[in-house]
Ligand binder design. Structure first.
Ligand SMILES: Cc1cc2nc3c(=O)[nH]c(=O)nc-3n(C[C@H](O)[C@H](O)[C@H](O)COP(=O)(O)OP(=O)(O)OC[C@H]3O[C@@H](n4cnc5c(N)ncnc54)[C@H](O)[C@@H]3O)c2cc1C
Length: 411
């Protein structure tokens, strides 16, 4: 398999690695267990071009490829294994690229340059209390009233609510809303760029927000927002009426690659720590790594991680064929490549981090090591963020067996 890494690709990865060594590793502890990524790091990540890296130059981005972005995210996760910074950066690439592809020129001019400068947050608002996996049953809705849409509903477990409230340029979410009857199935949804603050810089009075007390990845918030009879100008509609479900699914395909890359990065760092520990920890008068039982574990984990990285690279390369080379790649091929990467990345990383914790003994149970933070960070993607592992399996089975084998409506 030739994924066609160019000199430019290598430079971009090296640049991200240097960034991590210089700015992220020294502050790693403060990422793991505090409730904020330092402002200075967000600004440096923006200045380095990582935020909105895949946004085109017209709006201030670098027009980078999916493979390049996946490499950046993997490197960032090697530095911040709690996953807060890589997830922040990955979300602010995946979802702005959907706004750029489908949004109105006015909305793009207003939002994209500010995202790239690190001043505005833009994530995804899909999940509702009725269940994130069952997107087709979501109830938040939009009704056309002349030139504006009246929108009402509630989104929960949304990454970046605190950041959208606190950043100088505010923030918002590519928000999926019901605009048609249930009988229209996936065509009953339209997506909108719902910015939670008004032009006065204050939270809109029709919106209220909540924050969850997460078990990990605390540097990036998870919260909710509800909105009642909020007027949204038609310029904030993203894509055609009825196209929202498919736009969100397209965005998930891009974001899932970055998610897998982030998990691989955290696992790479954990495995490096594990190797160092096996070399240097003396027990029973010899290095722990002399125990063949542990050598076998190391070899198996290394193989699993390499497999996961290859799947992720293949998925990124597949989407580069679509977005960079403008090739017609069947959607089933894209879905298969992406879902395999997302099905494999989080569990592999979780297994590796857990095993490395066990190798470390009691010290892994303290916050002196970032392994607990890494395990919790990766768990967010095991549990469900950007789609649960079982949902990836259902997508893979759908592509292997055919839609008629699904016992639910997939759009
Ligand atoms: C840290 C974090 C950040 C998040 N950030 C965002 C965000 O920014 N934006 C956003 O929109 N959402 C976000 N989410 C929500 C995420 O998308 C959902 O967790 C996910 O879609 C699953 O939805 P749910 O949590 O409601 O679980 P449910 O949908 O209730 O599913 C529960 C479990 O059942 C499994 N399951 C579901 N259906 C089936 C089936 N047919 N067969 C077998 N198993 C099944 C799922 O895989 C899951 O393990 C975030 C979640 C977390 C944990």
């Amino acid at each position: 398999m030739d994924f066609g890494s160019t000199e430019e690709d290598k430079l971009i990865r090296d640049n991200a690695r240097e960034f991590v060594q210089k700015y992220v590793i020294p502050k790693r502890d403060s990422f793991s267990y505090t409730k904020k990524i330092p402002d200075e790091i967000i600004q440096r990540a923006a200045d380095a071009g990582f935020i909105g890296f895949t946004v085109s130059e017209k709006y201030g981005g670098a027009g980078g490829t999916v493979s390049q972005m996946a490499a950046i995210v993997e490197e960032l996760a090697r530095g911040d294994v709690s996953m807060a910074l890589p997830v922040y950066v990955l979300l602010l690439n995946g979802w702005p690229s959907m706004l750029e592809k489908y949004g109105s020129e006015e909305a793009k001019q207003e939002i994209l340059p500010s995202i790239v400068k690190g001043k505005t947050y833009f994530g995804i608002g899909s999940t509702e209390p009725s269940g994130g996996s069952d997107v087709m049953n979501e109830k938040s809705n939009a009704t056309k009233k002349g030139k504006v849409w009246s929108v009402s509903g509630e989104k929960v477990y949304i990454s970046g609510v605190r950041e959208a409230l606190n950043l100088p340029g505010g923030g918002g979410f590519l928000t999926l809303l019901r605009t048609g009857e249930k009988s229209l199935a996936s065509k009953a949804f339209t997506s909108f760029a719902l910015m939670i603050k008004g032009t006065d810089g204050k939270l809109r009075k029709e919106i209220s927000t909540t924050l969850f007390d997460n078990i990990a990845r605390e540097g990036l918030s998870t919260g909710g927002f509800s909105f009642s009879n909020l007027d949204l100008d038609d310029i904030y509609r993203v894509g055609e009426i009825g196209q929202g479900f498919h736009i969100i699914m397209e965005g998930f395909n891009i974001a899932r690659i970055y998610v897998a890359a982030a998990c691989n990065g955290a696992a790479l760092e954990a495995l490096d720590m594990g190797r160092e520990h096996l070399r240097t920890r003396i027990l029973f008068d010899q290095p722990l790594g002399k125990q063949e039982g542990l050598q076998f574990e190391l070899s198996e984990l290394y193989g699993k991680l390499e497999s996961s990285r290859l799947l992720t690279q293949k998925a990124a390369w597949t989407l580069d064929r679509v977005y960079k080379n403008k090739e017609r790649v069947p959607l089933s091929e894209q879905n298969l490549a992406v879902s395999l990467a997302k099905m494999t990345g989080p569990p592999t990383a979780h297994d590796i981090i857990t095993k490395v914790m066990i190798w470390h003994g009691a010290m892994a149970y303290t916050k002196d090591l970032p392994l607990g933070a890494a395990q919790g960070g990766v768990m967010s993607y095991y549990i469900g963020a950007e789609g649960g592992i079982n949902i990836m399996k259902l997508i893979i089975a759908r592509e292997l067996l055919g839609k008629e084998f699904l016992n639910y409506k997939s759009g």
